[in-house]
Design a protein around this ligand. Sequence first.
Ligand code: FPP
Ligand code: MG
Ligand code: MG
Length: 385
Amino acid sequence: AAAQGVSVDPLRIVAKEMKFLTKNIRQLLGSGHPTLDTVAKYYTHAEGKHMRPLVVLLMSRATALTPTISRQSFATQTASVDSPISPSSILLDNNPSFPETNPLTTEPASFTSTSAPDSDILPSQRRLAEITELIHTASLLHDDVIDTSEARRGSPSANIEFGNKMAVLAGDFLLGRASIALARLRDPEVIELMATVIANLVEGEFMQLKNTARDEKYPKWTEETISYYLQKTYLKTASLISKSSRSAALLGQNTPEVVEAAYQFGRNLGLAFQLVDDMLDYTVSAQELGKPAGADLELGLATAPLLFAWKNEPELGALVGRKFSKEGDVLRARELVARSDGVEQTRALAQDYADKAVAAISPFPESEAKDGLIEICVKTMNRRK
Ligand code: FPP
Ligand code: MG
Ligand code: MG
């Protein structure tokens, strides 16, 4: 229906499930150490877009209508998702210094995910949405340290508020708690996928430390320039969205075709999302973004608009090679991008991926959830922040 112009609000379709998301995430992040508790929950107070869990929940609902198969998994045993902490995990998590307030040691019942009743979304899929947001938030905590960022979502970033050490450690804590929740899904394939995401995020960030495949002082533009950027983009952004989307379909016992379609939807949406993100860095003000604009060049990063401009402006090679570090480099790079069609090419490529995402789920039966997924693709292309 969205394709015909009847717009649906993706959030409304899974509003019941989304309502419990932040509350459940905060429960997963409880620590008896009061400072850790505060730092770990810090980004859960800023109103994020929750794009990733939204995709997981909508994909869960959209694939609830497709044929299912029987997999070797305990994922449908809801008890394993929400069950009280077993003696062995109490032992593992036991911290004698903070016995009173640690929900994992003293209030096992509070680890239970609050569920929306009568939903066709499985408890395991709901938990997967929470895990996805946890991994994303952990990566933001680390990212803001790496990028020496000062603001996120309109507030001081965690590294500014609490310092680098606590921000890094809090990110690690989130990954630890995400791992516990993941293990409790009792689905080895999903555990493998989501653990791979964590590794992919780091690989993407490592690729980003270099702007090009070869580390040269005067790099030349080649076709590989774009493919290196796209591989990096898959790892740092699309991996989480695609593999969580695939995991949602797996938990729903879907056929390999549906599982692959869910993955392709997430992969293409993820690539479109990051291309738009990189475009907005050139086109939108800091006030609108809620974080510094034009930050990428200042960080030495060459993203899609500049990489497309570079093809016809060989002068950019030297600037890319020294990561825009010389006085006037950032300004010159901005000029060259502005007089090129780099921004338009970036938008066009993002649109290609958004179209591919929609095409991937076109065989799904018509449903509100499917329309919601299509609408996310539309919104991704139209967003200003
Ligand atoms: C935001 O990108 C950051 C990411 C998409 C991933 C960051 C990944 C790491 C720091 C790897 C290690 C972390 C974990 C938890 C595995 P951006 O800096 O382009 O966007 P921004 O403008 O929102 O900061
Ligand atoms: Mg950043
Ligand atoms: Mg970054």
